[in-house]
Design a protein around this ligand. Structure first.
Ligand SMILES: [Zn+2]
Length: 216
């Protein structure tokens, strides 16, 4: 099975990808992992990777494509995969589909996890992290016993810069801009399935599985 997951930040893509890995024995390919792996290997892309890894600058389409190309050029290239966070633009999708068809490894399904923008903001901006033990709390969903302090060590909780509302809204704008044409491409070729990513994680997983097994 070869699968692409598309969804805004906070849609649970990573969680669903991990569950699909366990269920179907797929290789999980997340963009963050691809970038960090390449950086660790220390190859010719080093100079271009530095600002991406260190300062969180968005990697260019060419750079990400190149790294994905390297991954699929290697001897242990994945037969069965779930991609999470790539392709994220139309240019990446066009490149990826062409390259995969050369290798006989085209994606068989594209699942878009849909969440309303306001729900994404609620999910992410409500998160607070303990700087000491790393535990993540949520103001509505799993609050600490004492507001603002970690249950385990009493440390004062902090909000990650990425979880600030204005940062989330700007990431959402970028997501919508990039995703519109990407999703249109996969809708046109019949690969796209839209699944609402609300409610229980297991229920969402079951919907994805039903869709995937129903078509094979
Ligand atoms: Zn703690």
């Amino acid at each position: 099975m070869r699968l692409v997951l598309v969804g805004p930040p906070g849609s649970g893509k990573g969680t669903q990808a991990k569950m699909l890995v366990r269920r179907f024995g797929l290789r999980h390919i997340g963009t963050g992992d691809i970038l960090r792996d390449a950086f660790r290997r220390g190859n010719s892309t080093d100079k271009r990777l530095e600002p991406v890894i260190r300062d969180g600058v968005m990697a260019s389409d060419d750079l990400v494509n190149e790294l994905v190309g390297e991954l699929f050029a290697s001897i242990d290239r994945p037969d069965a995969y779930v991609l999470d966070g790539y392709p994220r633009t139309l240019a990446q999708a066009v490149w990826f589909d062409r390259r995969m068809s050369e290798l006989g490894r085209e994606p068989q399904a594209v699942v878009q996890l849909c969440v309303e923008d306001e729900e994404v903001v609620r999910r992410l901006s409500g998160r607070h992290v303990c700087p000491a033990c790393g535990h993540v709390y949520h103001a509505d969903d799993c609050p600490p016993k004492v507001t603002g302090f970690c249950d385990h060590d009493g440390e004062m909780l902090i909000q990650r810069p990425d979880d600030r509302e204005e940062v989330i809204r700007s990431r959402l704008r970028l997501y919508h801009t990039n995703t519109e044409s990407l999703v249109a491409r996969y809708r046109a070729n019949g690969l796209l399935k839209v699944i609402p990513s609300v409610g229980e994680i297991e229920g969402i997983h079951a919907m994805i599985v039903t869709h995937l097994t129903g078509r094979s």
